[in-house]
Ligand binder design. Structure first.
Ligand code: 5GP
Length: 207
């Protein structure tokens, strides 16, 4: 079986990553696995431990770092976020296309460790639209929204380091574009190294 691909989706807070990921996984449920991160942030209303995140105390999170259990981690607006390594590897070995929905510092760490990873940056159509979505969500206080908008400004500096930018106009369209991008990765040489080796061997044996 071919190894599953590795895709990172980042985007400003409020870009609609959560909604797009849910729709992608619902539509192509056999194909994809979404990594569940660990975080030291408090659960939002309706979030469940082990579903949206593994919620940890700051100390527990630091223990995960010390034990080398995370592929990457970062601090985002005063909280830790990180990707547990085991699940990602397991799912890829099982042929699933793995998606990490993580912020920029983490994304760049993953790219260093896994050069085959594809980095997609999801943006709302405009900045006023971003602010509208953040306020409309109604889950955060104004001070947190301001901190997240400030953070967006910092993140914008790294957008060029991504492989693809996808504008989130409508969820359906966005899902299809991301699906096509991910599926095209299967044709990367990285995923056919065994095939190449096999062919080389057969050709040599013909001589
Ligand atoms: P939120 O608090 O809105 O759920 O997430 C805040 C930010 O943390 C988002 O940009 C999200 O993509 C990012 N994030 C979530 N999980 C991880 C992770 O495991 N590692 C990193 N580096 N960022 C993460």
């Amino acid at each position: 079986m071919k190894k599953g691909t590795l895709t990172i989706i980042s985007g400003f807070s409020g870009a609609g990553k959560g909604t797009v990921m849910k729709a992608l996984l619902a539509k192509y449920s056999d194909q994809y696995a979404l990594s569940i991160s660990a975080t030291s942030r408090k659960p939002r209303e309706g979030e469940m431990d082990g579903r949206e995140y593994f919620f940890k105390t700051k100390e527990e999170f630091e223990e995960l770092i010390a034990q080398g259990k995370l592929i990457e981690y970062a601090k985002y607006v005063d909280n830790y976020y990180g990707t547990p390594a085991e699940y990602v590897e397991e799912q890829r070995q099982a042929g699933k296309d793995m998606i990490l929905e993580i912020e920029i510092q983490g994304a760049l760490q993953v790219k260093e460790k896994y050069p085959e990873a594809m980095l997609i940056f999801l943006t709302p159509p405009s900045i006023p639209e971003l602010k509208k979505r953040l306020i409309g969500r109604g889950t955060e206080e104004m001070s947190v929204i301001d901190a997240r908008l400030k953070r967006a400004k910092e993140e914008a500096r790294f957008m060029e380091q991504y492989d693809y930018i996808v504008v989130n106009d409508t969820v359906e369209e966005c899902v299809e574009r991301i699906h096509r991008l991910i599926q095209s990765q299967h044709d990367q040489v990285f995923y056919s190294l065994d095939l190449i080796e096999g062919m080389k061997k057969e050709l040599e044996e013909m001589e």
